[in-house]
Design a protein around this ligand. Structure first.
Ligand code: PMP
Length: 388
C-alpha cells in the first residue's frame, strides 16, 4: 500500500509529541499552548450540565452548520453583519482545514506569515498547496513583500493570526490591518483571519478585526478553546453567506456536524450571568503569568547578553525569545534533560525557509512560581549549551 506522499512526508507535530511530557511530574512545560486549568469554568459547568444532560434532542443527529441557538447567540456576540453567516466547527483547527478544502486545490498558492501557526502549515501541506511566506515585522506583515506576492498573481488565500500571533505574540497595528485588507480587496485574495487569542488582551487597546475592513473577501475563525476550554472543541467560522453551502457540503463529508452536546455547553456558559466576570478573571490571571515570564526573561537577557531579546506582548499566550545563532533543536533537547520543555523556532516555518533562531515560550499554563523555576532551568541549559 502506498500512502499519499504529502502525508507520508509530513512530520508529526513536535509540540503534540512533547505535550505528552507535560504530564510528567518532573518536567515543566513552557512548550504547549495550554490554557491554565484554573480558568476552566467548572462552577458554571456544574450548574448548567444537568439541564443539558436531560435534553434528548442534543443526542440526536443535527444540522451540519451548527446548533441554531448557539449560532444566533454568536451573531449578537460578534455583531455579525446581515450579509454574513456562521458555521460551528470542531475547533478552529477544523475551520482552517475546511477553508483549505473549499478554496485550495493541489499547487494553489497560500501566503502565510513567517513564522506561522504550525497547525495551519500542516493543513496546507496535506492540501498540497504551495505555501509562500511574508516576513512578519513587530506591527504585522511586510506590506511591500505581501503586495509583491499578490501582484505576481494566482495567490488564493492569505492565512494570518493578527491578534497575539502564535508563535510570536505579535499584534498588528491599525495601519497594517487597513493596508492588508485593502490589498486583499485589490488583488481578490481570500483573507483567513484566525483569532483564537483575541479576547486574551491584558494591556493596550483592542483594534478592529482585519476582516472587518474587507468582509466580502474574508473568513474569520473565532475559537472558544482559549476562553472556555479546548476540550469542548467548539469554534465559529464567520463568512459571507454565499460560501456557507460550500462549507456545508465539505463539513458533511468530514464529520456530519460538530457535537451538539458541547455546542450547547458552550452556549450555556456564554449566556451564564457569571461568564463575563469569569473571562475578566482569566485575562487578569494571564496578565500575572505574563509578568512573571517577562520579568524572568528581562533578567535572563541582561545576564546572557547580546543576541538574547524578546518583544513585550499585550495579550495571548506566548513570548518569542530570540537567541544568538544556534541549533534550537539542540537547545530544546538539552532543556528537556534539565526538566523544561520549549519549542524551537524551526517548527513554525514551512520546510523550505530559513528559521529565525528563537524559542516559543508559553506563559498561560503554569503558575508564576513554576514559570520562574522553568526559566531558571532554561537559563542553566542556555549557559551550558551556548555559554555566555
Ligand atoms: N489557530 C491557532 C493560531 C492556534 O494557536 C490554535 C491552537 N493552538 C488553533 C488555531 C486551533 O485551536 P482550536 O482548539 O480552536 O482547534
Amino acid at each position: 500500500m502506498t500512502p499519499v506522499t504529502a502525508i507520508a512526508d509530513l512530520k508529526p507535530s513536535y509540540i503534540r509529541e512533547i505535550l505528552n511530557l507535560a504530564n510528567h511530574v518532573d518536567i515543566i512545560s513552557l512548550a504547549g499552548g495550554l490554557p491554565c486549568p484554573e480558568t476552566f469554568p467548572t462552577q458554571i459547568l456544574e450548574e448548567v450540565m444537568p439541564a443539558i444532560a436531560a435534553d434528548k434532542q442534543l443526542l440526536q443527529y443535527a444540522p451540519t452548520v451548527g446548533y441554531a441557538p448557539l449560532i444566533s447567540c454568536l451573531h449578537a456576540r460578534f455583531q455579525v453583519p446581515e450579509t454574513h453567516g456562521i458555521m460551528i466547527t470542531t475547533g478552529s483547527q477544523q475551520g482552517i482545514d475546511l477553508c483549505a478544502r473549499v478554496f485550495l486545490g493541489h499547487g494553489d498558492k497560500v501566503v502565510t506569515e513567517s513564522p506561522s501557526y504550525l497547525g495551519a502549515l500542516q493543513v496546507f501541506a496535506i492540501a498540497q498547496a504551495t505555501v509562500l511566506s511574508v516576513t512578519q515585522e513587530s506591527d504585522g506583515p511586510n506590506l511591500q513583500q505581501l503586495e509583491d506576492l499578490f501582484k505576481a498573481g494566482d495567490v488564493k488565500c492569505f492565512y494570518t493570526v493578527p491578534d497575539f500571533h502564535n508563535p510570536t505574540g505579535c499584534c498588528w497595528s491599525l495601519e497594517k490591518r487597513q493596508a492588508v485588507a485593502a490589498l486583499c480587496i485589490r488583488y481578490q485574495v481570500l483573507l483567513i483571519e484566525d483569532a483564537p487569542y483575541r479576547d486574551i488582551r491584558f494591556s493596550g487597546t483592542s483594534l478592529p478585526l482585519v476582516s472587518s475592513f474587507c468582509p466580502e473577501v474574508a473568513i474569520c475563525l473565532r475559537s472558544f478553546s482559549k476562553i472556555l476550554a479546548p476540550g469542548l472543541r467548539v469554534a465559529a467560522l464567520i463568512m459571507p453567506k454565499r460560501w456557507l453551502p460550500l462549507f456545508d457540503k465539505v463539513k458533511q463529508a468530514t464529520d456530519l456536524h460538530s457535537a451538539s452536546l458541547t455546542q450547547s455547553v458552550a452556549l450555556a456558559v456564554l449566556e451564564h450571568s457569571a461568564f463575563e466576570q469569569h473571562l475578566a478573571d482569566t485575562v487578569a490571571r494571564y496578565s500575572t503569568h505574563y509578568e512573571a515570564l517577562a520579568n524572568e526573561l528581562d533578567v535572563l537577557c541582561r545576564e546572557l547578553g547580546s543576541g538574547y531579546q524578546f518583544d513585550p506582548v499585550e495579550g495571548g499566550m506566548f513570548i518569542w525569545l530570540k537567541l544568538p545563532d544556534c541549533d534550537t533543536y539542540q537547545v530544546a533537547k538539552a532543556a528537556i534533560e534539565n526538566g523544561v520543555t520549549v519549542v524551537p523556532s524551526a517548527e513554525f516555518y514551512p520546510s523550505s525557509s530559513k528559521p529565525q533562531t528563537a524559542l516559543r515560550l508559553n506563559f498561560s499554563h503554569n503558575e508564576p512560581e513554576v514559570i520562574r523555576e522553568g526559566i531558571s532551568r532554561l537559563k542553566q541549559t542556555l549557559v551550558s549549551t551556548l555559554g555566555y
